[in-house]
Design a protein around this ligand. Sequence first.
Ligand SMILES: NC(=O)c1ccc[n+]([C@@H]2O[C@H](COP(=O)([O-])OP(=O)(O)OC[C@H]3O[C@@H](n4cnc5c(N)ncnc54)[C@H](O)[C@@H]3O)[C@@H](O)[C@H]2O)c1
Ligand SMILES: O=C(O)C(=O)C[C@]1(C(=O)O)C=C[C@@H](O)C=C1
Length: 362
Amino acid sequence: MTTHILIIGLGLIGGSLAKALQRNQDVHVAGYDADPLTARKAFKMGIIHSSPPSLEQAASEADVIVFATPVGATIKLMEQSKYWQLKDDVILTDTGSTKIQIMESSKSLNHLFIGGHPMAGSHKSGVEAAKEVLFENAYYILTPGNATDDERLQFLKELLSVTKAKIKILPAEEHDHMTAIVSHFPHLIAASLVHQLDQEDKFPFARQLAAGGFRDTTRIASANPEMWRDITTQNNTMIVQQLDNWMEQMEQLKQMLKKNDPEPIQQFFSHAKTVRDELPISGHGAMFSVFDLYIDVPDIPGIISELTGYLAEEEISIVNLRILETREDVFGILVISFQTTEDRARAQKCMMTRTVYDTYIS
Ligand SMILES: NC(=O)c1ccc[n+]([C@@H]2O[C@H](COP(=O)([O-])OP(=O)(O)OC[C@H]3O[C@@H](n4cnc5c(N)ncnc54)[C@H](O)[C@@H]3O)[C@@H](O)[C@H]2O)c1
Ligand SMILES: O=C(O)C(=O)C[C@]1(C(=O)O)C=C[C@@H](O)C=C1
């Protein structure tokens, strides 16, 4: 029997989920977006099976409804959904980055709501950035709240299993506490670092000097401001708590720096390195895994399109590409990221057979 899924909000997350859910032959994925052009694009790109014109009509035909909109809009849509004619056993769920306020709102609904949050994403937004593989190996949090319908919870877990994410059940408070630490507060720090650079007017050339370190630390500051406004206002208390901890830590750091004793300074970096190196980055864990291949390339016009052209000919997908340390007359390092180690191994073989450039894996 076909399961009818309706995804509301066809951006990075809704689009990626729609694509992944289509791996299951027994589902029909309908998609709705407030922006009709986005819905049309999603349909043309094959991300959704159908693009119904009426949200209410589509909702009444759905077995599962996913709110994949910014969390402020999600709460408003949940409120509206009370007036929709829904199937009795419909499952409502969401993909929002916050859970306490959403689960609070769900208490007044007439139908089962199971909170959801795939812990994978990007600084990119919009349907064009959607990727079927986005959730692979990432945690996908489910927050059943007061809903005790084990059968439908199991059904949702099975439905989501095609994303190849690792489903984890968490209460809303634990979710918001932990995401404040590993996602929400770091976002504010990234944005603050960019503001700090922006305020530098003595040597404006500093912007040009912003190389790998600054770019890696602040990548997420390029994300959708509307989405982050909503996350920050909803998880405000937990984020302010993190800021308090941070300010205390910064005060200690300041005292340490004032003494300028090398030993504790090294300890500070050493401890951070140990903890960072032990994070589950490669293959498993909450972080979106990519596998980098480094290629020494000369700074000549067309080099990148030549190399990526070889990869395209061999149908090897890349997820990211950046250049490190290019200067005139000097070899630079092209870093190409792949979704799997297998893709990276194929790419390395391709480069070794089709080019003369050295390749290596960090
Ligand atoms: N971007 C990430 O890294 C990430 C990761 C995990 C979860 N999330 C969460 O998933 C949700 C979606 O994020 P995204 O990155 O896909 O955002 P996005 O900006 O890429 O897409 C959001 C889409 O929702 C549509 N939309 C907005 N209001 C709407 C409404 N009232 N009705 C219908 N459509 C509406 C927009 O037109 C847009 O197409 C957010 O709640 C976010 O917190 C984001
Ligand atoms: O930009 C990324 O790489 C992300 O994965 C984004 C990120 C995160 O902070 O980890 C951002 C918000 C989401 O709720 C989940 C994921």
